[in-house]
Design a protein around this ligand. Structure first.
Ligand SMILES: Cc1cc2nc3c(=O)[nH]c(=O)nc-3n(C[C@H](O)[C@H](O)[C@H](O)COP(=O)(O)OP(=O)(O)OC[C@H]3O[C@@H](n4cnc5c(N)ncnc54)[C@H](O)[C@@H]3O)c2cc1C
Length: 475
């Protein structure tokens, strides 16, 4: 008979949601068991998402920068890319970070089990360890954090060789001569631009009217204009109907409003979305409700329909971000430790996308959303063509934008496009969470010369003209 043991808190899934919850719960005095599929905790973010993508982007940025440096008085010969070494660097970076998370877990005396867990009942899970025999854990509380997985296209099934998802793409097994990226959302432009920078001829197909079509278009347009040079073709309002592997090529059928046509590629990356990873968990046995898309239903403390089971991260709702996942993880740990919390009530979830040519980041209310919600706003912008630091970095395109509530003067949203946008957005997120007004930001002295001044000068625009833009009267 399978071994049966009792545990206080079991966290299923060791990504940024799960390990953040486990660490905080342990720090608050709870006994924690963390179950993850990989040798070390880290989840999608560290093993096959944020960290590997950014590691490759950072290296390829050097190549793209070097190509521009001739105009700045420094000429390089064309770089030689050693894909094996690049892959080694990426893998070493991932290893270093995931091992670090493993050490932090051990230091906290968290029991880490490498394996998979499924529910047997409302109080029990079955664990299939990576090594050894299956066993049962009877839990007091479970925190579910099994993340999300890439969505397949019905007629373009992943084969890990020619039709691949983002995880396989990051293995850089082959740099194809030609490649199609399906999806112009969060993952497609980033991964597509990495392959383009490595020398592939990359085309991109997107079903909506633009890349990042859901974002404020003034920001998306600047991002797209800079990245467009990396792509051979961009097919908008185009559906990929089918992809068939034949003789080492993938034949892809496209359809748009006017026509249907076919093209051949060496590789097809399907990056048109992810879905919650709940199908293998036997949640029905645990009495945990999910919606029709598979998202676990939770209240504001992240409690599911089973009062002893909580859920956090990608399995609860979009957006799929590591920062949101770990925030929820810490919140649930506090709830389980009996602390008073404000519940899950974020006003500003920052998002970033990076390519070797530029970055884009946003948070809070967008202009598009404000219009939908009929919130009266004033939009202020500071173009980077007026930033001293941007000029000194040779950056010609970039924009910082703030969305300000007209009634209160408070900053409710914002976006940045340009180098380091992902770091700059933190100030806007902080301003939103602190209910800061445009005046607060405008009167905060920012260091000079930095890109952060673009946020200050955007805020100054609320009152008229910032120092470095042509004068105009306030309206
Ligand atoms: C290519 C790519 C780039 C990304 N870039 C960014 C970025 O720049 N910034 C950002 O914020 N987000 C980014 N994301 C999203 C981010 O990775 C996720 O939002 C985040 O990892 C979600 O955390 P999570 O803990 O909910 O789930 P995950 O990180 O997916 O972790 C869940 C873990 O649970 C494990 N698991 C699943 N089932 C079981 C089971 N039955 N038993 C035990 N373990 C199980 C899985 O193997 C996985 O390790 C990116 C994602 C991808 C794919």
């Amino acid at each position: 008979m399978a071994k049966k043991e009792e545990r206080e808190i079991v966290v299923i899934g060791a990504g940024p949601a799960g390990y953040a919850a486990a660490f905080k719960a342990s720090d608050l005095g709870l006994n924690v068991t963390l179950i993850g599929k990989e040798a070390e905790p880290g989840g999608t973010c560290l093993h096959e998402g944020c960290i590997p993508v950014k590691t490759l982007v950072e290296v390829l940025k050097i190549k793209e920068e070097a190509a521009k440096a001739k105009d700045w008085g420094m000429e390089f010969t064309a770089p030689k890319i050693d894909v094996k070494s690049l892959l080694k660097w990426k893998d070493e970076t991932v290893k270093k970070l995931t091992e670090g998370i493993g050490v932090l877990s051990k230091d906290r005396e968290i029991e880490y089990i490498r394996g998979t867990a499924t529910f047997l009942s409302e109080h029990e899970i079955e664990v299939n360890p990576h090594e050894g025999d299956q066993f049962t854990l009877v839990f007091e509380k479970v925190i579910l954090a099994t993340g999300s997985v890439p969505k397949e296209l019905p007629k373009a099934k992943f084969d890990k060789k020619r039709i691949i998802n983002s995880t396989t793409a990051l293995e850089l097994k082959k740099i194809p001569e030609t490649m199609l990226v399906v999806g112009g959302g969060f993952v497609g432009p980033s991964l597509g631009s990495i392959y383009a920078s490595l020398g592939s001829k990359v085309s991109l197909a997107e079903s909506t009217s633009g890349i990042l079509s859901w974002l404020d278009q003034d920001l998306a347009d600047i991002f797209n204009k800079q990245n467009v040079e990396l792509f051979t073709d961009i097919f908008l309002e185009t559906m990929v109907e089918e992809a068939i592997v034949k003789d080492d090529k993938v034949k892809v059928s496209f359809k748009n409003k006017e026509k249907s046509w076919e093209e051949e590629y060496d590789l097809v990356l399907v990056a048109q979305g992810r879905e919650p990873n709940t199908s293998q968990l036997q949640l029905d046995k645990a009495g945990v409700e999910i919606d029709e898309e598979g998202f676990v239903q939770v209240d504001e403390s992240r409690k599911t329909s089973n009062e002893n089971i909580y859920a956090i991260g990608d399995i609860t709702e979009k957006p799929f971000y590591a920062n949101k996942a770990s925030h929820e993880g810490q919140l649930v740990a506090e709830v389980l430790a009996g602390k008073e919390t404000q519940g899950y009530s974020l006003n500003a979830i920052p998002s970033i996308i990076a390519t070797p040519l530029t970055e884009i980041a946003w948070c809070g209310l967008s202009e598009v959303e404000a219009k939908k919600q009929e919130v009266e706003i004033k939009v202020v912008k500071f173009p980077w063509s007026a930033s001293g630091r941007a000029a000194s970095m040779g950056i010609r395109h970039g924009l910082t934008k703030l969305i300000i509530d007209k009634e209160s003067g408070r900053i409710v949203g914002g976006g940045v496009v340009g180098e380091k946008a992902g770091s700059l957005i933190a100030e806007i997120a902080f301003a939103i969470e602190m209910s800061a007004s445009a005046e607060d930001v405008a009167l905060t002295m920012h260091p000079h010369p930095t890109l952060s001044e673009t946020i200050m000068e955007a805020a100054e625009s609320y009152f008229g003209s910032p120092t470095h833009l042509a004068g105009k009267k306030n309206d």
